[in-house]
Design a protein around this ligand. Structure first.
Ligand code: SF4
Length: 391
């Protein structure tokens, strides 16, 4: 057994008893939590446990089951209808040129808001012995150029098993990109071993989509693990889920994005929490998400601004959402506000006139801030008048 496997096995906690022992029975209401533990599985790794400072904090909420998970209102079991887009076991093929490949049924820690909670943790639902049809499907579908290995967490597989997948995928000429969707850097940074980092380089380009929801998840061991991946040439992205009580605050999100970039991780998506049964208490409003994006866009580097998306319930795919910047758009001009709220006008190209004289297309467009533009014109007039008086 490798070191990371023994850490996972021997030092994680997985029961209410262990939880009460670790945090103290005086602060944990064991009776209140019991129905949740009777229904749901929990595992929290040492790295995730380190993040929890007190009962009920943003890290506790992400991993400790509560009775709220039993309260199902709008939630759906398979909210993204992934199973409907699954032509063969373990494959979801929804978008034209990419496919999701479920290769692992388990995760190091189990997130309470998980979209795939109907399957994750249950090896019968993500079978590990039916990959032939998945590889055959990927071979036959030459339009697929990007495969996202997911689960569960693919990094829970041994290096030998991961290498098997990399080799099989690299035998398919039209697959250009391999991506690994993994929260392991936050849950079990010890998993990012020198051996893995050496092995993965044989199969590049292999990207990793990490998952961080709060700036304090980027602890020194986690940042060191990200550094090892970056040095192994893996482009790193991050998916963040907007969670009520965890990160539904523009300052928290700004700090998270900055810390990710410092660790060479490009923020990629902020997702609205899915409408998944059992995770409804984590959902906040779309307005809150837009408020967060508005607080990022323009106020910090574009590198730190991920796409804000709703993964459409019912299988519609990811739909990007933007705060309203455009006030009016017509054939002559677009009137919009910038990040500080100032109004500007962008002149549309004079296509008809350009076609007539063949000269206008490609000229620098006029972008004139309405108020600022007026102010500048008035200043210019005053200066011209003063110059005329002084002559
Ligand atoms: S790591 Fe990902 S797949 Fe695993 S429980 Fe968390 S959200 Fe779900």
């Amino acid at each position: 057994m490798s070191e990371w496997q023994s850490i996972l096995k021997e030092k994680s906690i997985a029961s209410l008893e262990q939880l009460a022992e670790r945090f103290g029975r005086d602060v944990i209401d064991v009776e209140a939590l019991k129905p949740a533990f009777d229904n749901f599985q929990m595992r929290i790794t040492p790295a995730a446990l380190e993040q929890i400072k007190e009962v009920g904090d943003p890290f506790w909420q992400q991993y400790v089951p509560t009775v709220e998970e039993l309260d199902i209102r709008d939630g759906m079991i398979d909210s993204l209808e992934e199973d409907a887009d699954s032509p063969v076991p373990n494959i979801t093929h929804r978008y034209p040129d990419r496919a999701l490949f479920l290769v692992s049924p388990v995760c190091a820690s189990y997130c309470r808001f998980c979209t795939r909670r109907r399957k994750v943790g249950d090896p019968e639902k993500i079978p590990l012995n039916q990959f032939d049809s998945a590889f055959e499907y990927l071979r036959e579908h030459t339009e697929i150029r990007d495969v996202i290995m997911s689960g569960g967490d693919p990094m829970m597989l041994s290096d030998r098993r991961l290498e098997y997948f990399f080799q099989k995928l690299r035998e398919i000429p039209h697959i250009e990109i391999i991506r690994i969707g993994s929260r392991i850097t936050s849950h079990l940074p010890e998993r990012i071993t020198p051996e893995f980092c050496e092995m993965v380089q044989k199969y590049h380009p292999v990207f990793m989509n990490t998952h961080f929801n709060h700036p304090e998840e980027l602890t020194p061991p986690v940042v060191a693990a990200l550094d090892r991946l970056a040095k192994a040439g893996m482009p790193l992205g991050c998916q963040t889920v907007l969670l009520r009580g965890v990160n539904d605050d523009p300052r928290v999100m700004m700090e998270l994005m900055h810390r990710l970039l410092k660790a060479r991780v490009r923020p990629y998506y902020i997702y609205m929490a899915d409408q998944v049964a059992g995770g409804e208490h984590f959902r906040t409003t779309v307005q809150k998400g837009l408020e967060i994006v508005k607080a990022l866009r323009g106020w910090t580097s574009g590198l730190a601004v991920p796409h804000f998306v709703i993964d459409a319930p019912g299988g519609g795919g990811k739909v990007p959402l933007l705060p309203e910047y455009v006030e009016e758009i017509n054939d002559d001009e677009v009137i919009f506000r910038n990040y500080t709220g100032e109004r500007y006008v962008y002149k549309q190209p004079r296509v008809a006139a350009a076609a007539a004289c063949g000269s206008e297309i490609g000229t620098t467009p006029d972008i004139v801030p309405i108020e600022v533009g007026k102010k500048k014109t008035a200043q210019r007039r005053r200066r011209a008048a003063a110059t005329a008086r002084n002559r």
